[in-house]
Design a protein around this ligand. Sequence first.
Ligand code: SAH
Length: 367
Amino acid sequence: MVFGKRKAMEEPANLAQSFARLIHNHGPISLLHYMGEANARYYASRDPLGAAGDFITAPEISQIFGELIGLWLTDIWIRAGRPEPVHYVELGPGRGTLAKDALRTMKRFDLEPRVHFVESSTTLKDVQLAAVPQAFFHDDLSTVPTTGALLLVANEFLDALPVRQLVRMETGWRERLVGYYEERFLPVAGHQPMDAAVPEARREAPVGTIIETCPGAAAVMQETARRLAEQGGAALFIDYGFTEVRDGSSLQAVKAHEKVDPFERPGEADLTCLVDFATMKAIAEDCGARWLGTVGQGAWLKALGADARARALGQLAPQHATAIWVAKERLCAADQMGTLFKVMGLAGPDWPDGEAFNGPAPGVEVE
Ligand code: SAH
């Protein structure tokens, strides 16, 4: 008897259909589950970055971004006494562009760290390996070496991690879940009382108040801070977010550079939330890291010499000088990415202060 060859892998089921079936059989699912699976599917199935994709990120806009990150890391590493071994660790490296620009800059100062990428998408791993062939891959931080200083970077990583939301109803606090009615996904309040999960000071908030938390971001912050405390090193978390505690849902979806309904086509759009930098700082400090500051991306890049670098690049390629300047402005201008995006710096307890977290460095020209 001859058996037909089985297909090596099942055709990936449409995520909307599997969610609909799950909800039909077992009731609404948590927003955490919905966002986590939707983003895992989204990133696994494509390279979403760039003009032809769904969104563009700072390293894809200008090489100045990765170069100045490389410079910042080099500077703090030199002032920490050039510890070896040293590891460059990047969380969610996208196309590997930031790492490539940062590592090239580091090399000019004889800093050649081992490279570790924490990445879940096999599609993007291939792109990253082409950009940075020496990279080692990890599913999470737990397998990154536990000896040697860490120079860690995460740009637009925390905002992709799934959130949990609680909503204040007449009857108390409930988890915000995702239901499926009349062929549509939509947020619904769960039945189970969740009052105990809300800090006492915020329990009496008005009906309709939403509290959003990101357990994955909290876990990453805890692990990073513990590692910095034990191994030494520095970390930069760059993302769009806020520094004062605030209420409300910040969930949004982006598809082809436009905002779309996050509940419309799970797995087909990028789901993101704003990063709560106040909570990130509190966790990092609790776990033994030094918080160096959280500042607007524009101020930080300018303090590190973004304008001077843009001018220098423009002189090297005069035909592109205007485009280089416009790209730099996109990263720095207050009405573009300059203030909505924040840079948070952390370091090991014995490491020095970070450059550019307290205004411009001496001798750097700021316009
Ligand atoms: N830092 C890059 C890409 C940002 S997009 C840039 O600035 O261009 C988010 C990145 O995080 C992607 O590489 C995505 O695949 C990765 N990612 C998202 N969720 C992840 C998870 N849970 N674990 C590991 N990587 C994840």
